[in-house]
Structures are given as structure tokens and as C-alpha cells.
Design a protein around this ligand. Sequence first.
Ligand SMILES: NC(=O)c1ccc[n+]([C@@H]2O[C@H](COP(=O)([O-])OP(=O)(O)OC[C@H]3O[C@@H](n4cnc5c(N)ncnc54)[C@H](OP(=O)(O)O)[C@@H]3O)[C@@H](O)[C@H]2O)c1
Length: 194
Amino acid sequence: MRKLTYFVACSIDGFIGDPAGDATSMMSYLSEEFLEFLKSEYPETISAQGREVLGVGDAGNQRFDTVIQGRASYQLALDAGVTSPYGHMRELVASRSLGGSPDPQVEIISEDLVGRIRKLKAEDDGQGIWLCGGSQLAGALIDEVDELVIKTYPQVYGSGMPMFGAEFSVIDFTLESVRTFGNGVLVRTYSRTR
Ligand SMILES: NC(=O)c1ccc[n+]([C@@H]2O[C@H](COP(=O)([O-])OP(=O)(O)OC[C@H]3O[C@@H](n4cnc5c(N)ncnc54)[C@H](OP(=O)(O)O)[C@@H]3O)[C@@H](O)[C@H]2O)c1
């Protein structure tokens, strides 16, 4: 059984970006210390382009070998001319509008999203599945999330794009670890309380 982990960056008040999803303000917290953490513990969550810039293009996957994105998040890569932003992993994109995949490396899920994710989770071997986001996709998969790894940047947004675009419901999680960084960034890991 493989875990679905929502590894996500957010503000103190739980927004993953401004109302349009932009989280550029969080970039100012990518300190040397925090980047070293990402490069050593979560290198696969850095895009292929970013990995080249940071000199970790060949880094092995530490936690995840599969990533799923919503089409709006994937669109940011497409708009930059990149069709396989995380080519070092199995890539899936949820979309009912894209039709065929723009890249042989990328699988498009257009129907039965939850069923496809359950099949992936039921695979016997392999590493975890990274739920990259955005908000709408996380909302659609909220019942399947087994783990949260929340990178919290010390900023308040007031309003913006919520971590989950979902109806109100209360779901319990158990805190597993907290990592703190000198610049005030926190990385909290929670497992779903089942
Ligand atoms: N802070 C962070 O760590 C972080 C991480 C990731 C993303 N983001 C931000 O999040 C923003 C995008 O989030 P978003 O909520 O607007 O969109 P999103 O979740 O990335 O994508 C939404 C799209 O996914 C597809 N989709 C959703 N549910 C589906 C289902 N059940 N079956 C098939 N397809 C489904 C639909 O695509 P179609 O319209 O093609 O049908 C839908 O329009 C971006 O601005 C990005 O920067 C932030």
C-alpha cells in the first residue's frame, strides 16, 4: 500500500497562494538552510528545471516516485513550454479538458480520479505518491489523503486559495513531526488518524 501525501507550501493562515494561486511571496523564504533540506530530503518535489539550477539534477527520489497535479497547476508548466515538469517521477495530471496527453511521460486522468488513485495506492511496491495540488485537486482527493507535509511560511494572506477546495468537514490528523528553520519556516508532518 502506498501513501498519498499532500506536500504543499502555505501561509500561516492556510492559503497555498493568493486568490489566483500565486505564491511568489513565499519564495523569499527559500534560504540556504531550507533549500538544503529540500534538496536532501525532498529533491523530487523540485521541478526538473529547478533541479538543474540547484545542481541536483541527478538526485534520487527520496519519498515519492509518482506525482499528481491538477490541470491548472500543470498549465503553469505548459505555459512555460514544459510538458513534463517532473520527468524524474511517474507524472499524472487530472483533467477533463486536455484530451490527449501533451507528453508521452504524462498520464491524463479524465474520469474516475478517486478510482485511479486507489489503484496507485494499492500497488505493492514503490515509493509514495505526491499530491502536488492545487486546491481543487486536493479537495477532490481529500478523502484519499494519508499524510500531510505542510511547509508553512511565516506570512499571513488574509484570503487566498485554500489548501483544500472542499466542502466543510472535520478530518483528524496526528502530528508526527515538526521541523523548524532559522527564518521561521515550519515543516509539519501529519498522518491521517484512521
Ligand atoms: N503552494 C503550493 O504548494 C501549490 C502547489 C500546487 C499548486 N499551487 C497553485 O495552485 C493553483 C492551481 O490550483 P487550482 O485549485 O486552481 O487548480 P488545480 O487543482 O491545480 O487544477 C484544477 C483542474 O484539475 C482538474 N480536475 C479537478 N478535479 C478533477 C476530477 N475529479 N477529475 C478530472 N479532472 C479534475 C480540472 O481540469 P480541467 O479544467 O482540465 O478539467 C480542474 O480545472 C496554481 O496557481 C498553483 O500555483 C500551489
